[in-house]
Design a protein around this ligand. Structure first.
Ligand SMILES: [Zn+2]
Length: 221
């Protein structure tokens, strides 16, 4: 495997200042889902964008591919490119310095996902769902929706029609984005470690997403 970098530039700079059209918005959601998939399959090292909104704004993706032709195919298949919302240029690349811990921390703080119009990255205890496209937002706001999210388990679920049972889901039913794996098992393990039953009063951090969003070293053992 070799390493490559592609640099993205928006086709219509007004998209950044005046906001995306509906078509652009859809392409950006697909672009985010595409990068999430590359990340989940382990070929993406990192991706993000500069936080300016001028014509100098760039996005980058560093990733692995078999060779330059394969790398170009990956870049050309990015929905931002296929939908002509961005142009991309490819460079053979090699990461020379890095800090895996800092990258982990940055990702867990949600700062690499700040393409959306979230006012700030999700913080421990505020129960912000890790994935929230417009359709998912609508579902989570609707008490009748069979799809829901349990922040303490980091679990997206669908409610079965003929029982009250729920099943964890791994992809957004609307935009197809990968959803994080459920932490329900780890949650119950923590409870057992504290000698508590699910109906017992629990430490506040286990009632919300605080326990898994907080950096590991500050969690009580
Ligand atoms: Zn979605």
């Amino acid at each position: 495997m070799e390493q490559f970098l592609y640099v993205l530039e928006v086709t219509r700079p007004a998209m950044l200042t005046d906001g995306p059209t509906e078509a652009e918005q859809a392409a950006l959601a697909e672009h985010a889902a595409y990068l999430q998939e590359r990340s989940d399959e382990g070929t993406l090292v990192l991706a993000g964008r500069s936080q300016s909104n001028g014509p100098e704004t760039r996005g980058i993706a560093i990733f692995f591919a078999e060779d330059e032709a394969a790398a170009k195919a990956i870049m050309d298949a990015d929905p931002a490119v296929t939908n002509h919302v961005m142009t991309a240029s490819l460079y053979p690349y090699r990461v020379a310095f890095g800090n895996a811990k800092a990258l982990d921390w940055t990702l867990s703080e949600g700062e690499l996902r700040s393409n959306s119009d979230e006012p700030r990255p999700p913080g421990p205890g505020d129960n912000t769902p890790p994935h929230l496209c417009a359709e998912m937002q609508r579902a989570l706001d609707d008490p009748q929706s069979p799809v829901g999210y349990s922040p303490q388990f980091r679990e997206y679920w669908v409610r079965m029609r003929y029982s009250d049972a729920t099943d964890a889901i791994r992809h957004c039913p609307w935009c197809g984005a990968s959803l994080p794996s459920s932490l329900a098992e780890q949650w119950f393990e923590r409870l057992r470690a504290l000698d508590l039953e699910p109906e017992d009063p629990k430490p506040a951090e286990l009632e919300s997403d605080e326990w898994w969003r907080r950096p590991a070293e500050s969690l009580p053992q």
